[in-house]
Design a protein around this ligand. Structure first.
Ligand code: HEM
Length: 496
């Protein structure tokens, strides 16, 4: 009788085979010419074992490489069917299976969890009309509002090409040259910049998305997920002490909570803006660096999800999971937000590279409803490839006709094609972070100053000064606080 593995349970089968099912008679000693002789090329099991070993690693995600995932259930608690025809929201009490992956962003696959960084909040809902992925963060805004700068952002926050170390100079040079990043930088440097674990943070769709209903009316929508565990954060000192003893603190916390039946929960709320309001709202409604004030568009409760099952195998379900903002379902659409528009192409593109063209067949990514796409063949096709059915459309055999009933209502778009400069259109970078700063308690403001000073580290003084200037433009007290924490002069506005 074999022993039971503490994490894996009893092994059901005790025989070792090759990948093709043949018994492996010897898994200890390589095949050699005599006891001290060289290897023989005919040791096919050794060859297979080594060949497989060097192919176990797949590319890590370009960002959000370190993460934790779990399966769960979403339940509707309030009727919002007047805004959207999406089946997931069709009736109170309805349950939909889901998968969540939470991440840090800048670190690599082996990075420590308790780092100052934004956190990814990616959700996949297996609805009866296809998978809906909401690929958000734990912050309602982002550093950028034009996707052209996204590769630069990631280069600036990741490793320096020469030193191979993270660089405060690169990071803060870039951030401070883009004043639109200031709102997000203020959040990341605040006391919420290092969540105690993934269970203790809110989630946001961040972008403006759209809903449309059975009557063909469109609404703009923002998604908010509020943790039911309460917000809990770490100070820089607490995080440093934690990382010294445990680099996987977020993974451990989430995994252990689910194993002991303490299932984490988040309530889903939406903010709804009637389509016409977008033309007159005081903030650009599709600008990812801005929020919609709750006084203007209050939170409407929708439902709750709980995570209640750890994956049996991390690689199979978490590493191979693929979330994409382009995975939409009838009743849920996008908006003209140009950041979101770029993401609609980039994620699936990254996943075809990272996982192969048939990645939609990997169980964690596979829809739970019938899939009839006419996509055939390709590397790693593991189903029957739709057998002998016609593989083109239109066809005369009633196979897989398009479904016009699910067409999104038309969206009026106009304008001259040009590289429009957002900064000329809207240079208000500071109204919203000012409000955020002024809502902070004196202790929270002091934490913001000190976290900023520590994070700026050995960045040159001219970069620090540029940030102090931006802080002062936001609120003189913010500028003074950061200047004092850095031991520098208050704003000089050398850059005008
Ligand atoms: C991951 C691109 C902005 C949240 C990724 C990946 C790419 C990417 C290529 C890796 C995908 C994969 O290999 O599976 C971009 C681009 C952006 C952008 C081009 C802007 C133009 C954002 C924003 C958010 C976000 C604004 C949140 C609101 C995430 C999350 C993941 C991710 C949560 C990890 C998903 C997972 O757990 O697998 N992004 N991103 N990204 N991104 Fe973005």
């Amino acid at each position: 009788m074999s022993k039971v593995h503490p994490d894996a349970g009893q092994c059901p089968v005790s025989h070792l085979t090759t990948a093709f099912g043949a018994p492996v008679p010897n898994n200890q000693d390589s095949l050699t010419a005599g006891p001290r002789g060289p290897l023989l090329a005919q040791d096919v099991w050794l060859n297979e074992k080594l060949a497989n070993f060097v192919r176990e690693v797949i590319p890590e995600r370009r960002m959000h490489a370190k993460g934790s995932g779990a399966f769960g259930t979403f339940t509707v608690t309030n009727d919002i069917s007047r805004y959207t025809r999406a089946k997931i929201f069709s009736e109170v009490g309805k349950k939909t299976e889901m998968f969540a992956r939470f991440t840090t962003v800048a670190g690599e696959r082996g990075a420590a969890d308790a780092e100052r960084d934004i956190r990814g909040f990616a959700l996949k809902f297996y609805t009866e009309e296809g998978n809906w992925d909401l690929v958000g963060n734990n912050t309602p805004v982002f550093f950028l509002r034009d996707p052209r700068k996204f590769p630069d952002l990631n280069k600036a926050v990741k490793r320096d090409p020469r030193t191979n170390m993270r660089s405060a100079t690169n990071n803060w040079d870039f951030w401070t040259l883009l004043p639109e990043a200031f709102h997000q930088v203020t959040i990341v440097m605040s006391d919420r910049g290092i969540p105690k674990g993934y269970r203790f943070m809110h989630g946001f769709g961040s972008h403006t998305y759209s809903f449309w209903n059975d009557a063909g009316e469109r609404f703009w929508v923002k998604f908010h997920f509020r943790t039911q565990q309460g917000i809990e954060n770490l100070t820089d000192a607490e995080a440093a002490a934690l990382v010294a003893g445990d680099r996987e603190s977020h993974q451990r916390d989430l995994y252990d909570a689910i194993e002991r039946g303490d299932f984490p929960k988040w309530k889903l709320f939406v903010q709804i803006m009637p389509e016409k309001d977008a033309e007159t709202y005081r903030f650009h409604p599709f600008d990812l660096t801005k929020v919609w004030y709750k006084a203007d568009y209050p939170l409407i409760e929708v439902g709750e999800f709980e995570l209640n099952r750890n994956p049996e195998n991390f690689f199979a379900d978490v590493e191979q999971s693929a979330f994409a903002p382009s995975n939409l379902v009838p009743g849920i659409g996008v908006s003209p937000d140009k950041m979101l528009q770029a993401r609609l192409f980039n994620y699936a593109d990254a996943q075809r590279y990272r996982l192969g063209v048939n990645y939609h067949q990997i169980p964690v990514n596979a829809a739970r409803c019938p899939v009839m796409s006419n996509h055939r063949d390709g590397y790693g096709r593991i189903d029957g490839n739709y057998g002998s059915r016609p593989h083109y459309e239109p066809n005369s055999f009633s196979q897989w006709q398009e479904q016009p009933d699910f067409a999104e209502p038309p969206l009026r778009i106009s304008g001259d094609a040009a590289h429009w400069n957002y900064r000329e259109d809207d240079a208000d970078y500071f109204t919203q972070p000012r409000k955020l700063f002024q809502q902070m308690s004196p202790e929270q403001q002091q934490a913001l100053f000190d976290n900023t000073a520590r994070a700026m580290g050995d960045a040159p003084d001219f970069i620090k000064q540029r940030h102090i200037d931006n802080c002062t433009r936001c609120d003189p007290a913010y500028g003074e606080g950061v200047a004092a924490a850095l031991g520098m002069a208050v704003a000089v506005f050398a850059d005008g």
